[in-house]
Design a protein around this ligand. Structure first.
Ligand SMILES: NC(=O)c1ccc[n+]([C@@H]2O[C@H](COP(=O)([O-])OP(=O)(O)OC[C@H]3O[C@@H](n4cnc5c(N)ncnc54)[C@H](OP(=O)(O)O)[C@@H]3O)[C@@H](O)[C@H]2O)c1
Length: 239
């Protein structure tokens, strides 16, 4: 039985990636930072479908010291999905080192050291890493410079680790466009949402399943490495 670790797997896109991989026959390690109740509820639900198929694990990805203990508890692994991230505006005139470190550590440093630390297990299984990027790693999102930089960096991390880990581990990325509206401090007004939709060639948001299905496709594509697939309804076609 193959095992997948999905970071930030309790909610939203990460949760759907867990469900899709589980349905395809993978066992799951569902990582969370704060959402223990949702993570456990998902694991319980998946274990009812297939006994002993899911477990949960906690770590703050912004703290590189929490990565080693997480990895030590994982003996066998076939897929790592680096999905967890933070997203909020950082207007350039109020930019500060705390936000810079929080966003870069969570979106880049954590996934990088998680990937390198788990490379032995992944190499042993001839497994793969799938990074959830963002089309704004290519084209900057206004007022989100640090987030955009973090996603540009994880795009390069995808390519450079694909080279470093070949031929034993494949490394690919999925680059979502607008899938689920941001929450909390990143919330958009209805006007801002409409203006985003107007720029998408297919005129609508994607779904978490669109991302999860592409993750599954890459997990099963044994001759693809170093690639990043945009799942953005054609958003990248427009300025
Ligand atoms: N939503 C979109 O439309 C969209 C668009 C483009 C790209 N993306 C990318 O797709 C992925 C999923 O997006 P999403 O909107 O579903 O994500 P999200 O809800 O914003 O965050 C996913 C999870 O990340 C975890 N997380 C945050 N900080 C963490 C930390 N320091 N350590 C460990 N985990 C942490 C949280 O876990 P807990 O809840 O357990 O704390 C959270 O549930 C992200 O990489 C995002 O950048 C999303």
């Amino acid at each position: 039985m193959k095992t997948a670790l999905v970071t930030g797997g309790a909610h939203r896109i990460g949760q759907q990636i867990c469900r899709t991989l589980h349905q395809a026959g993978f066992n799951l390690i569902i990582h969370y930072k704060t959402s223990i109740v949702a993570a456990q509820a998902l694991a319980d639900e998946l274990n009812l479908i297939r006994a002993n198929s899911s477990s949960i694990i906690q770590a703050d990805m912004s703290q590189v010291t929490s990565i080693q203990p997480l990895c030590q508890s994982i003996k066998q692994l076939d897929i790592l999905v680096n999905n967890a991230s933070v997203f909020y505006p950082t207007p350039i005139d109020t930019i500060n080192i705390t936000d810079y470190q929080n966003i870069l550590n969570t979106n880049l440093t954590g996934p990088f050291f998680l990937s390198t630390t788990l490379s032995q297990q992944l190499s042993h299984s001839q497994g793969c890493i799938i990074n959830i990027v963002d089309i704004h790693g290519d084209r900057p999102l206004r007022h989100h410079s640090i987030y955009s930089i973090s996603k540009a960096a994880i795009a390069m991390m995808t390519k450079t680790l694909a080279k470093e880990f070949a031929p034993n581990i494949r490394v690919n990325g999925v680059s979502p466009g607008s899938i689920l509206w941001p929450e909390n401090q990143a919330e958009l007004t209805p006007q801002q949402q409409q203006s985003m939709l107007d720029k998408i060639a297919l005129n609508k948001q994607g779904s978490a399943s669109d991302i999860a299905n592409t993750v599954l496709f890459l997990a099963q594509s044994n001759y693809i490495t170093g690639q990043i697939i945009a799942v953005d309804g054609g958003r990248s076609l427009n300025q």
